[in-house]
Design a protein around this ligand. Sequence first.
Ligand code: ADP
Length: 493
Amino acid sequence: MKTFILALDQGTTSSRAIIFDRHGKAISSAHKEFRQIFPRPGWVEHDPVEIWESQKEVALRAVRKAGLKSGQIESIGITNQRETTILWDRKTGNPVHNAIVWQCRRTADICKALYADGKGEVIRDKTGLILDAYFSATKIKWILDRMPGLRARAERGEICFGTVDSWLLFNLTGKHFTDVTNASRTMLFNILTGKWDNELLNIFGVPEKILPEVKPSSGFFANTRKEIFGFEIPVGGVAGDQQASLFGQACFSSFSAKNTYGTGCFMLVNTGRKPVFSENRVLTTIAWDIGDGMEYALEGSVFTGGAVIKWLRDSLKILKVAADSEKMAKQVSDTGGVYFVPAFSGLGAPYWAPEVRGSIFGITGGTTPEHIARAALESIAFQSRDLIGCIQGDIGRKIKSLKVDGGASVNNFLMQYQADILGIPVVRSAVPETTALGAAYFAGLSCGYWESKKDIEKNWRSDSIFKPSISSYERESRMTMWKKAVKTASEFV
Ligand code: ADP
């Protein structure tokens, strides 16, 4: 009887389930979008019940499609949108508030006050994170402070907190656990000791009793309740989406790197057993613990990546579909001197300027939609080059190659331009779903389905390798112009 691993990939806009075989090949999948709730400008929520119901539905659909019976799924791996915060009643399992999504800015003022109070440094030293509304801690505080009687109930142990992995696990198994990667994004977890940190809990006013038990990313968590699939399945892997993608890309050695090109871009560089603290405000995060101790990564993000292409399609309407951007970019030999700084929601590392807005420079009467489309794609590559520059500064060495995945990584023009502007090979994974695959690998390692990282390395395949094709002089002169464009845009506030 052939056996498989089921990966649950709970993202910001949809829930996905994919079943993988021993070669890392997807044999069945299903996905479902769910509601985005915007109660006020800048606020984002999800309904936790919808998250769970949609995830359960796609898991069942994927299993049914593949016609699998009891015993044919050796383990389940969970990967998830990170930082999103859910509080629920321990007894009934009912959420006490909607999930506050990572994008939600409602706690920006709490962060400002804590920053003014001088708390930024200790938070940075213990969590590797920048004090920001993005992470879970202030979101928990916000719910506890706003809902009458909730804090007292939380202190009595009647309330559970969890990120989405933890919420799914609770619904699947009845147990209240999380893994080190998700814990490392809450801003309550000390990434050096690998434990919840009392000083941080005090800073954010979070009672210890609401916290899940933290486990390695790969290892036995618990069995699913029998009524869900009709038989029990062990959950053996849990990790946040970007860490799962780093693992799915087999970036196991120190200084191996991946970039995921989605709405934004997420660049993670493995730094091995040693956490590296950035001088450039790049985040330090736990990459994983597969049962033999924590490993770390540096993480930087581009806020507006593929989203700039979506904007050309939906707002400017110069593209019918995102893929047209590639055809258009190739119709012109350059941007005709146009530089596009897509700071729709500010600029991240190394600029950290949330107030900056987007600009397009160098337009003439001869500028065409093709030039704009090309400049938009180039901007994704330039921003990723800026990030790698920061990370290289922090690790004190050059990254040798970059593995890539994500929706916009199918764009060959973008990938070639990325290689040109980085001056290193860009290697695209043959499996587009590296996040789900990473979750499957964590789960599969826990039960011996795959024996070691070597099996995973053997499975890893590239679909294309893009090699740099311009001179270093050309590269530097384009980067100089890009930096000039960013500087000018930054002054327009
Ligand atoms: P997410 O997981 O963040 O929702 P995806 O990995 O699904 O994102 O990628 C979707 C993003 O990639 C969208 O912003 C879209 O505009 C962009 N995108 C999709 N296809 C292409 C393409 N061929 N060229 C450039 N951008 C693309």
